[in-house]
Design a protein around this ligand. Structure first.
Ligand code: B12
Length: 335
C-alpha cells in the first residue's frame, strides 16, 4: 500500500482512530503492527506520515509520526505523490456504461492514471446487459470503494470523483460548461460504440459553429506486430482536440504503409506507438525507412515500453511520455 485514504481528520490530540472495514484492511491485509509508519491521505488531501500508536481488538490508532522514521515501513517502493508535485491538467473520463465488471476495471485504471472525474454515460452505446438506474446508491457506493482502493494502492494524489450515471445530452452539456475554451478530452471504447463519443461531441461543436480550423496533418500508427492502440487513440483524440488533422492508420501497420501515406500527404509529423519490447524493432525499421524515403518528416514515438534512451537509440526525433507531450511537440513542429 502506498497510502491509506482516511475518512476523518485526526482529533485534537493528533490521533486518528480507525474501526470497521478500514481497521480490518489495515490489520488483516496490511498486517500493521505498533510502530509501523504509513502514508495517510487526509480528507483535506494533505499527505502525512502516521505511525501505529495503539492496536486493539477492533480499533487502531494512528498518530503523526513520532519517531524519526524517514523510511515508510509498510510496502516500500514508489511513495504516494504529494499534491503540490502534481501540476497536471484535469482529466475527465466520459464513459459509456459497459458491462459491470469492465466498468469496475475502467474505474480502477482511470483512478490509478489520475483521472479527476469519471462520468458514466447512459446512451444507445451503453451495455444492454445491465439496467442502470440513474441514482443507484449501491452501485455508486461500490464504485467509490473501488476508487478508494485504487488510490490506496497506486498512491494517486488525485481525489478522483465519480458522478451518478447521466444521459448523453446531460454529459455533453456538462462537457461544454466545463471545457468551453479549454482542452477537454474524452476516452472512448471503439468496440462499444460504432460512433464514439468524441465524434458525437465534434458534431455537436460543429453545429454550434465551434469547429476549429485544421492545423497540420499528422500520421499516427501502432507499429507492425503490435495491436495495442488505446494509448495511440488517446493521442489522436488530444491532437484532434487541438485542431490537428490526424490520419490514423490503426494498429499493426507495416513500415511501407506509413511511409507511403507520409509521401502522399506530405505530412510533417508521424507518431508511432509500440507497447512491447518485441515491436520496438518494427518502430526502428519504420524510422529508418522514413529517413530514407521521406527525410523531411519528423517522428515522435510513445508507448509504455519506450524510454528516452530507447527513443534516442532508434533515431526518433522526440519521445512523448504521454498524449499531452505529443501535442506540445506537434505544436512546436507546426510553428
Ligand atoms: C490493454 C492491454 C492489452 C490489450 C490491448 C487492447 C488495445 N486495443 O490496445 C490486449 C488484451 C489486446 C493486449 C494484448 C497483448 N498484450 Co497487452 N497489455 C495491455 C495493458 C494492460 C495496458 C496497455 C494500455 O492500453 N495502457 C493504457 C494506455 C493509455 O497507455 P499507453 O499505451 O502507455 O499510452 C500512453 C503513453 O504511453 C503515450 N503513448 C502511447 N502511444 C503513443 C504514441 C505516440 C505517437 C505518442 C506520442 C505517445 C504515445 O500516450 C498515451 C496516453 O498518455 C499493458 C500493461 C500496461 N500496464 O501497460 C499490457 C502489455 C503492453 N501487453 C503485453 C503483452 C505481452 C501482450 C500480448 C503479447 C499478450 C499475449 N500473450 O497475447 C498481446 C499482444 C498482442 C499483439 N500482437 O500486440 C505486455 C508487453 C510486455 C513487453 N514489455 O513487451 C504488457 C506490458 C503487459 C505485461 N506486463 O506483460 N494487451
Amino acid at each position: 500500500m502506498r497510502q491509506y485514504i482516511a475518512s476523518n481528520l485526526p482529533d485534537k490530540n493528533g490521533q486518528l482512530s480507525i474501526t470497521g472495514k478500514d481497521f480490518k484492511y489495515l490489520c488483516q491485509v496490511l498486517r500493521l503492527s505498533v510502530g509501523d509508519v504509513i502514508q495517510v491521505r487526509l480528507p483535506n488531501q494533505e499527505l502525512v506520515n502516521m505511525q501505529v500508536f495503539k492496536l486493539q481488538s477492533k480499533q487502531i490508532i494512528l498518530v503523526k509520526e513520532i519517531c524519526d522514521c524517514s523510511k515508510i515501513s509498510v510496502e516500500t517502493g514508489v511513495n504516494a505523490s504529494s499534491l503540490n508535485e502534481i501540476k497536471l491538467p484535469e482529466i475527465w473520463l466520459f464513459q459509456f456504461l459497459p458491462k459491470m465488471q469492465k466498468m469496475d476495471l475502467i474505474i480502477r485504471q482511470s483512478t490509478e492514471c489520475g483521472v479527476t472525474k469519471i462520468i458514466p454515460v447512459i446512451s444507445d452505446f451503453s451495455s444492454k446487459d445491465f439496467s442502470y438506474k440513474k441514482d443507484d446508491f449501491e452501485r455508486i457506493t461500490r464504485w467509490q470503494r473501488i476508487v478508494k482502493e485504487a488510490r490506496q494502492q497506486s498512491g494517486s494524489a488525485i481525489n478522483t470523483q465519480i458522478e451518478n450515471p447521466m444521459l448523453l445530452g446531460d454529459a455533453i452539456s456538462l462537457w461544454q460548461e466545463n471545457f468551453k475554451n479549454n482542452c477537454g478530452f474524452v476516452l472512448y471504447e471503439a468496440n462499444v460504440a460504432k460512433k464514439n463519443i468524441f465524434s458525437v461531441l465534434k458534431e455537436h461543436m460543429a453545429s454550434a459553429g465551434q469547429e476549429q480550423e485544421k492545423k497540420d496533418k499528422i500520421i499516427l500508427a501502432t507499429v507492425k506486430g503490435d495491436i495495442h492502440d488505446i494509448g495511440k487513440n488517446i493521442v489522436k483524440l488530444l491532437l484532434e482536440n487541438y485542431g490537428f488533422d490526424v490520419i490514423d492508420l490503426g494498429k499493426d501497420v507495416p513500415p511501407q504503409k506509413i511511409v507511403k501515406t507520409v509521401i502522399e500527404t506530405n505530412a510533417k509529423l508521424v507518431g508511432l506507438s509500440a507497447l512491447m519490447t518485441t515491436t520496438v524493432p518494427a518502430m526502428e525499421e519504420t524510422i529508418k525507412l522514413l529517413r530514407k524515403e521521406a527525410p523531411w518528416c519528423k517522428v515522435v514515438v510513445g508507448g509504455a515500453v519506450l524510454t528516452q534512451e530507447y527513443a534516442d537509440k532508434i533515431g526518433a526525433d522526440h519521445y512523448a511520455k504521454d498524449a499531452m507531450e505529443a501535442v506540445r511537440f506537434a505544436e512546436r513542429i507546426s510553428q
